[in-house]
Design a binder for this molecule. Structure first.
Ligand code: AMP
Length: 307
């Protein structure tokens, strides 16, 4: 099954209670493509970087069968830069700097070899660019999943709402769901957001797991209680990569299969947070992934008899 991933490729500078990093490789498309590469081959990325981007990282992507044919390189410009600081509970963070640089006027190009893809993952990026990608695909994919964040709700809400009309699944965190809907109750928020376009809504709640909504149905998956969480950056994107990767590898877009995909997404995210940046996602084994999924299954399996 073929997968196209769109999103930022970035340099990030992070501060967590455990330490600080200088500029390290990050970005939504980076995390999504690494995570989904454990499920689908090839993963086809659409993005843009500056001449300063880390070539070793691009080589790593190629090793993992991630195609960068759709990644434009603007030699004389700088890559997107984002800096964030996590609070003590690691569940919330503040953005310190967002420098769009090459993302500012990004005009996505879809290589011919990407056309006809069955699955599309629109990672965090300007909503107008996400929409342009959908429009430039000659055939509509079987499933379009989109991620976004408060930054775009603040500065491009109208474009965001236009893009939402075109997607099947939206993945956002609880704070963003509340901001987008104006509702505190996540159940009410879900109803309002699904009325904006997506038939399925995933609400991520950090260390408290994720909810999947569709019509009147709701499914909850916990996050694995981990001894050490070093850096939650990219967890949401890694989750999305595992989710779409699992769906593409099983080629089944039913609600029942999405429940399993949520567990795979959560398992991938649980690896991501164990080290800074993309470090932990570089060389996982299938065995490690299956063991982690089994830990999730064990975590919530219980016998009960209703009286
Ligand atoms: P996550 O922790 O999954 O929400 O994603 C973190 C990644 O999102 C970082 O690696 C950033 O480079 C990237 N990011 C942050 N802000 C933006 C933005 N406004 N547009 C696109 N990507 C962003």
């Amino acid at each position: 099954m073929s997968l196209v991933v769109v999103g930022s490729m970035a340099f990030d500078a992070l501060e967590t209670p455990f330490g600080k990093t200088d500029k390290i490789v990050g970005g939504a498309a980076t995390y999504i493509s690494l995570s989904s590469s454990y499920f689908v081959k090839p993963v086809n990325v659409v993005s843009v970087v500056g001449g300063d981007f880390d070539q070793d990282h691009v080589a790593l992507m190629h090793q993992r069968n991630i195609s960068t044919e759709g990644v434009q390189v603007k030699e004389n410009e700088k890559s997107f830069f984002w800096s964030g600081r996590y609070f003590n509970d690691m569940n919330s963070r503040e953005t310190l700097v967002t420098e769009l640089n090459v993302l500012g006027d990004f005009d996505p190009i879809i290589p011919d070899s990407y056309q006809g893809c069955e699955y599309l993952m629109l990672g965090n990026l300007a909503p107008q660019v996400q929409k342009t990608v959908i429009e430039r695909l000659t055939e509509r994919p079987k499933l379009v999943v989109m991620d976004t964040m408060n930054f775009w709700m603040d500065i491009a809400l109208d474009e965001l709402k236009e893009t939402l009309k075109l997607v099947d699944v939206l993945s956002i965190n609880d704070e963003e769901a509340r901001q987008l809907s104006g509702e505190y109750s996540l159940v009410k928020a879900a109803k309002k957001i699904m009325a904006m376009g997506p038939k399925f809504l995933i609400i991520k709640k950090g260390e408290h797991g994720a909810l999947l909504f569709n019509e009147d149905k709701v499914f909850f998956a916990p996050a694995l209680p981990l001894e050490e969480v070093f850096d939650p950056t990219g967890a949401g994107d890694t989750f999305a990569g595992g989710f779409i990767g699992y769906i593409a590898s099983t080629n089944d877009i039913s609600f029942e299969n999405m429940k399993r995909a949520i567990i795979y997404g959560s398992a991938m995210a649980s690896f991501c947070v164990e080290k800074f940046g993309t470090e932990r996602l570089k060389n996982l084994t299938q065995e490690e992934i299956e063991n982690r999924v089994q830990q999730f299954v064990n975590l919530v399996a219980f016998d009960t008899v209703l009286q």
